[in-house]
Design a protein around this ligand. Sequence first.
Ligand code: ATP
Length: 205
Amino acid sequence: GKLLIGLTGGIGSGKSTVAEQFRVLGAGYVDADIVAREIVAPGTPALAAISEHFGAELLQADGSLNRAALRQRIFSDQTAKLWLEQLLHPAIREQLFAQLTALPTPYALLVAPLLLENGLDTFCDRVLLVDVSEQTQLKRTIARDQNNAEQVKAIMAAQLGRQQKRARADDIIDNNGSLAQLTEQITHLHKKYLELSRKIRHKEQ
Ligand code: ATP
């Protein structure tokens, strides 16, 4: 198979920025958050199952999923949360790998904020962490989303801690600096991943 890099990092760490730069260099990526939305788009079997299980009040007038209502519904109901995860996780995984396999690039990145938390790293050859200090993370996320610090801190608290992520990463990008410093690291890693993907192809021949 093709070399698969799991790209992760906390909220606002720079995953999208990093993935886009890899794409410009010639790598392909699939974003797990986008696939997670596609899987419950109007007309999908997953959305039909959700409205059958929880009731049509979880749908908006236009037939799309009311995410806030669903979040509310599973917030303090462990059984409901488990039911939903057992429905969505396999469907997301299947769609992720279908899209990753279809990429025409020499290697691919799977972008997922909860790569480690959801065990998606077990399908990857390497884990690449975009690492930033909590201070940088807060500052950039607030600037981007106009969220308040408390909201961002709550999301950060629900994700694995920085040190735990660092311990499980094979490669680490330091994104505390400038965009130029980021590009330099990505260029270096891209060469390394091309080399690794050549080795994999060579072995398979
Ligand atoms: P999320 O998980 O919330 O989707 P993300 O990890 O994909 O976030 P990005 O959206 O790529 O993070 O980056 C967060 C914000 O920080 C964006 O506004 C981005 O433009 C900015 N940013 C990223 N890297 C840098 C950098 N090195 N210098 C300045 N700004 C940066």
